[in-house]
Design a protein. Structure first.
Length: 304
């Protein structure tokens, strides 16, 4: 096949069809009519000598040939986009760009109010769409452009991503006031006697349970949730204990009948990072947004 005779716009159509698995939704994504997308699919089938997508029931399924093309075509289109955008001038005051960010509800509560207040003054047209963080770095969504960046605690960031420190945080134990099992200090035996609520916070292995396992100890976890914000309310109205990020715990202790304790063992601090695709380091708009989020992190602790 001669690439100079190939309509490269067809690759955008194929990418959209493989993302959506539906002609109507692909047309909407591309701002084209449904007949235009159907016609493009017919041309692709002829040029590549393959059905590419076949109807199975009410859905369209890609053929093995289409699946083999999906990642290379998507990577090529993203590389072209990043190259063309590298020299773009970005004016936050007039931009109406939309960014998709994956965070835990904890990061959303601590970061986003301050960030949105700042953006209202310097970039009022910018839009943020928040997605809740999955149990690990959303690498695939970052790779294919569905997410622009993610903020959270990530234990292993592949080299194809750029990671920037956002904040350091510690942990505290939250209990309801007048808890029947705690009177005074919270030592390790008392901590182990408690029934615990564990917030996995987008992670598959918690720092607390890792420390306990390393010391041949175990706590009783009777409730697991991905949501920090619900955890504080559940603890305030039950006899469960929850280990929460310190800033979040202090925030809710001012609103709910909670008492806070230091952990009876030293876990030190944990780090929260801003992660984006390394290929987008020359994307002026994204790098500007990362700097604004980093500034919110610095302002939390008075760092400069």
């Amino acid at each position: 096949m001669n690439i100079y005779n190939f309509d490269l716009n067809l690759l955008r159509v194929l990418d959209a069809l493989l993302r959506e698995r539906n002609v109507s939704r692909a047309a909407e994504r591309l701002s084209l009519s449904q007949p235009a997308v159907s016609n493009a699919l017919s041309r692709l089938r002829e040029l590549l000598d393959d059905p590419l997508l076949v109807r199975v029931g009410r859905a369209m399924q890609p053929t093995p040939r289409a699946l083999s093309l999906e990642a290379p075509i998507r990577d090529a289109l993203q590389q072209i986009e990043h190259t063309l955008n590298a020299g773009d001038f970005f004016d936050p005051a007039t931009s109406r760009q939309r960014f998709v960010i994956a965070v835990t509800d904890y990061v959303e509560l601590i970061c986003m109010p301050a960030l949105m207040a700042h953006l209202a003054n310097v970039a009022p047209g910018i839009q943020l769409a928040i997605q809740h963080l999955t149990p690990s770095l959303p690498a695939e969504a970052l790779d294919n452009g569905e997410i622009d960046l993610s903020v959270g605690r990530f234990l292993d960031v592949p080299t194809r991503f750029h990671s920037r420190r956002w904040a350091s945080e510690t942990l505290q134990v939250a209990l309801r006031q007048h808890h029947p099992l705690i009177d005074g200090e919270l030592d390790l035996p008392a901590f182990l006697r408690l029934r615990h609520l564990w917030v996995h916070g987008g992670q598959t292995r918690g720092m607390v349970d890792q420390w306990l396992t390393d010391h041949d100890l175990e706590r009783e976890v009777v409730y697991t949730t991905p949501n920090y914000l619900q955890a504080a309310h559940i603890v305030a109205s039950s006899d469960l204990a929850a280990v929460l990020p310190t800033e979040l715990a202090r925030h809710f202790a001012g609103l709910l009948p909670l008492q806070l304790f230091d952990l009876p063992f030293d876990l030190g601090t944990f780090q929260l990072d801003i992660v984006s695709v390394a290929q987008r380091e020359r994307d002026a708009a994204l790098q500007w947004l990362i700097e604004q989020i980093a500034a919110v992190g610095r302002n939390r602790t008075g760092e400069r």
